[in-house]
Design a protein around this ligand. Structure first.
Ligand SMILES: NC(=O)c1ccc[n+]([C@@H]2O[C@H](COP(=O)([O-])OP(=O)(O)OC[C@H]3O[C@@H](n4cnc5c(N)ncnc54)[C@H](O)[C@@H]3O)[C@@H](O)[C@H]2O)c1
Length: 424
């Protein structure tokens, strides 16, 4: 195929990362960008002009959807992806969705319906699966090197306190101010679900206290923990959110398999993978420790594809899957996996609100079971159509809607006080 795929991007904040990947991809081109926030859209326009690119820019989704495009990348608000994805699919566009996939279980069910009915490609941009160290472990686990996995741990710790005014625009209604961190579990849990490749069947969630630096600063993201049981009895522990840690996210994973162990290297400058494989004798084996290289090379040279290079892969595999190419078919994340990651977060929060008891994870691959969840609309986001609002935090201090706090954050945003640039 000689013609490049035409791809549009909704959302020009995180979306700039996908715009960057598309700008050099040999098999696709950036066709249009949409953002209702003028400063973000203007920045994209300015950069395109600087690079001699003619770009259609839109400030509303309705006009954007009419643009000449084969596919859409959704980098809009995290809690609004499912309805936008459904509208794109109905308009005949393939969809790559940023995290989260859905804000309620009912939305997850409707999203799967829409993908099945459209027969188009839906892919999920869970980039932590493609971090150099994790992508390597996924490849080796998939090939069976350490056998069946019985236990795994994944962590995504990202203290966003210093960038909170900037990433919430000082707006109490911004999605980041209305989400519990257990909803944002796909960076910690997602890589494990992909590598182990078994369906989650139950989840218990926990809400961790945030002491707000001895009460001196307001709470921002909070932190959460979940224990997820898989269909083969294996258990995954996923930890995520804003615990105290230096600005770079901590993303570490461990897998215990029937024939060995794999573990990322903590506190190392470059990504490290440690592998133990049992030999002929029980409890004796070989350890390997190395800096993995990306085993699938980018198709163009990118200066900074973002998140240690992982940001290239969701967009690339999406393009390749649309084009029927092998790597895209093998490594792109489909709608079933996406929704499973997402609803584990929603159910972990439900578990928190019910004394941490395990919650059944429905099998939404099965249409008759999917039908039972069409009205399951519990969410922490106040602006979801037909949403049934539940409390965001179980534990004090839940100060995120506190008037004083909002004034403080809005003040920082308005004054453009020392915000750190968010590393997309
Ligand atoms: N995978 C990662 O590592 C990673 C990192 C950051 C953000 N994200 C995800 O990317 C998405 C965007 O995050 P963000 O930090 O850029 O959020 P954001 O809230 O800063 O930006 C979203 C942008 O979308 C625009 N937008 C939203 N709805 C729109 C609409 N209907 N029409 C036009 N424009 C609209 C907003 O104006 C805004 O500029 C989220 O889903 C988030 O979870 C993922």
């Amino acid at each position: 195929m000689n013609k490049k795929l035409k791809i549009g991007v909704l959302g020009a904040a995180r979306g700039t990362c996908m715009i960057n990947i598309l700008s050099k991809h040999p098999e696709a081109e950036l066709a249009a960008v949409c953002d209702k926030y003028a400063p973000a859209l203007n920045e994209v326009k300015k950069n395109a002009e600087k690079n001699g690119i003619k770009l259609s820019c839109y400030n509303n989704f309705e006009d954007f959807l009419k643009a000449d495009m084969d596919a859409v990348i959704l980098a809009n608000y995290a809690h609004q992806h499912a309805p936008f994805a459904i509208r794109c699919l109905k308009a005949g566009k393939h969809v790559l969705s940023e995290v989260l996939p859905c804000a309620t279980i009912a939305e997850g069910a409707a999203l799967i319906d829409a993908v099945e009915e459209s027969r188009l490609i839906y892919a999920y941009a869970e980039n932590y699966c493609y971090m150099q160290h994790h992508f390597e472990m996924w490849r080796r686990i998939k090939s069976g090197e350490i056998g069946e996995i019985s236990y795994a741990e994944g962590e995504y710790i990202h203290d966003c306190t210093s960038i909170w005014p900037r990433i919430t625009y000082g707006d109490p209604m911004h999605w980041r101010n209305n989400m519990h961190t257990n909803f944002y579990c796909t960076h910690s849990l997602g890589p494990m679900l992909m590598a182990i490749d078994k369906r989650p069947v139950s989840v218990s969630g926990f809400d961790l206290p945030d002491y707000c630096r001895n009460g001196k600063v307001p709470e921002t993201l909070g932190a959460g923990l979940m224990l997820v049981k898989l269909e083969n009895g294996a258990v995954c522990r996923a930890l995520h959110g804003g615990l105290r840690r230096a600005e770079q996210p901590n993303d570490n994973y461990i897998y215990y398999g029937d024939l060995g162990t794999m573990e990322t290297g903590r506190f190392s400058d470059a990504p490290v993978v440690n592998v133990y494989k049992e030999g002929e004798k029980y409890c004796h084996g070989e350890w390997e420790r190395y800096n993995p290289k990306q085993f699938i090379k980018p198709k163009a040279e990118y200066k900074n594809p973002g998140h240690m290079g992982s940001d290239y892969y969701p967009t690339n595999f999406f393009i390749e899957k649309i084009l029927g190419q092998k790597d895209g078919i093998e490594w792109s994340i489909d709608v079933y996996k996406a929704v499973e990651m997402g609803i584990c977060g929603i159910l972990a929060h439900r578990s928190v609100l019910n004394g941490n008891i395990p919650m059944k994870v429905p099998n939404l691959r099965n249409k008759s079971e999917r039908n039972l969840y069409r009205n399951d609309c519990e969410t922490t986001f106040p602006d979801i159509e037909n949403g049934k609002l539940v409390s965001r935090r179980e534990l004090p201090p839940a100060r995120e809607r506190d008037e004083q706090f909002q004034k403080y954050i809005a003040g920082l945003w308005n004054e453009h006080a020392e915000f750190e640039k968010y590393p997309y």
